[in-house]
Design a protein around this ligand. Sequence first.
Ligand SMILES: [Zn+2]
Length: 194
Amino acid sequence: MKFYFGPMDCGKSTLALQMNYNHGRQGRRGLVLTKHDRSGEPRVTSRIGLGLEAVEVVDSMDLVELVRGHDRVDYLICDEACFYTVEQIEQLADLVDGHGVDVYAFGLASDFRSVLFPAAQRLFELADEVCRLQVEVLCWCGRPGLLNARVVGGEMARTGEQVVIGDTDASPVRYQVLCRRHHRAGLLGEGTGV
Ligand SMILES: [Zn+2]
């Protein structure tokens, strides 16, 4: 089990799609899972315009049962794995150890407060390998973007629900990637003159 993590827009979904393509070319059979994709549909979509049908993970879903219900599954691509339940992360480990399935998980590590998502924490604890993706996401100051800020009404939020879907037309919430310094300071970069 491998966990690839990074802030928003760091290319996680693009890599997930690329990995699925590479495995498929070798004749391997896999399933692509996601939760709360930016498209709002059961798809994995990337900022650069690629997309693929995917299984939408819901909290009640048993991932071992999901795999058992398919003919043959060699690997799983789990996008947005930070939003899965902790139990589902355990199920992913069961699939690796008991069913010979290769699991590649992608997601955010921490929420808008810079606190780990429970599923991401479990992935850090259980994964064989953890890789930080850092694909040219920069804070407004030019430093590497590491943390996601939640912006509500132009202000950086410090409290609230852990998961709020933003960046859609219907939502007043948006997210912005900041360096650690500016996430801690709560500086969004507008009108600061820096
Ligand atoms: Zn910064």
